[in-house]
Design a binder for this molecule. Sequence first.
Ligand code: AMP
Ligand code: AMP
Length: 373
Amino acid sequence: MIQKDEINEILEKYHKEKITIATLCSHSALNITYGAKQEGFRTLGICQTERVPYYRAFTEAKPDIFPPDIPSIEDPKDMLNEKFQEILREHNTIVVPTGSFVAYVGSKNLEENFFVPVQGNRKVLEWEGNRKKQKQWLENSGVKIPKEFKYPSDIDRLCITKFYGAKGGQGFFLAASEKDFYKEIEKRKIDPKKTKFVIQEYVLGSRLYPHMHFSPFSERGLKINDGWLEILGYDQRMESNIDELHRAGLSRKEMKKLGIEESFTVVGNRPVIPREKLQIPYYSIGKKIVEASQKLFSPGMLGAFCPETICTKDLDIYVFEISARIVAGTNIWSPTGAPEGWYIWGEPMYMGRRIAREIKLGIERGELEKVVY
Ligand code: AMP
Ligand code: AMP
């Protein structure tokens, strides 16, 4: 594990007036880059060769420091190369981790092999990527979570089987019995002994993804211990093909007969505004998650995060997962800002911009090391 002191040492050598904000060109890069530009930062794009022309096409959001001024990479993991890390440090770079880091670079690599300052608490991504740790976090927080089944033989209701890592729902499947489960496993050619998965009760309701941010600086939002929790907006994921299956008007049995398989692959996001009284339980969920994180892995959750939730017909809210960094659903509010962000900041405040604002506040207060690790 890279120690906080090692990162502080790098940060101390940085020219604070020349800080560059960087991310991998994927996931929420345009949101992050545009937001950083709006806050007056230089930006840098870590970009795979094949994507360079496409990211350049977004004239205003395209990172300032971009191939060919810096090398492009072939694989996201290439950003771990010592030479590439050196380039990032030379540009006084703070890297914003996204779902692509979790999915393609891996939280272990960030923890052990990436000697470049990262926005937020580097330790937190391990708590996101490891489902056992994530469950411990959620259980400690006291929020409602779906029931989990240890063995397929325990399945006694409709369940969803989910695999490890931020894979955007890919390959997840439903099963209502042990027999159902093994049928699906067989069809998908999965070896249950070699694959890590969890079996969760399938909660019926409306999915809501609140865009949360926790700051030791902002003095806006809900006060929690030594910091402030803000909810900047909400979204709902569009998942293919599960969202549209009902249109075929077939029962699950009929679909199986026709060889139609449900799938949860995320393809986009839509804006959501919850019923106003629900803003209160959502703040309460965020508070519980932040407080648990502070006890489990000090200094705990910093910056952007998202408890992924389902709100039932009785308005009970279940948290089925936490993303412990910017979620791509925040892209829908960039650069206009959702109402919730406006109500806190009085200006368009979307997550990419909010992250840059936090870095700016850290620099202004001479406390950048509080929000970067
Ligand atoms: P990508 O760079 O699009 O491959 O995304 C990196 C990871 O984040 C993948 O595991 C995706 O499934 C996930 N992801 C990307 N976009 C979204 C989105 N709009 N909503 C939720 N997850 C996403
Ligand atoms: P996840 O990778 O945990 O974000 O899950 C991907 C998608 O699967 C979610 O966006 C939901 O649509 C669905 N999902 C995950 N867990 C549950 C659950 N316990 N109940 C119902 N749907 C779920």
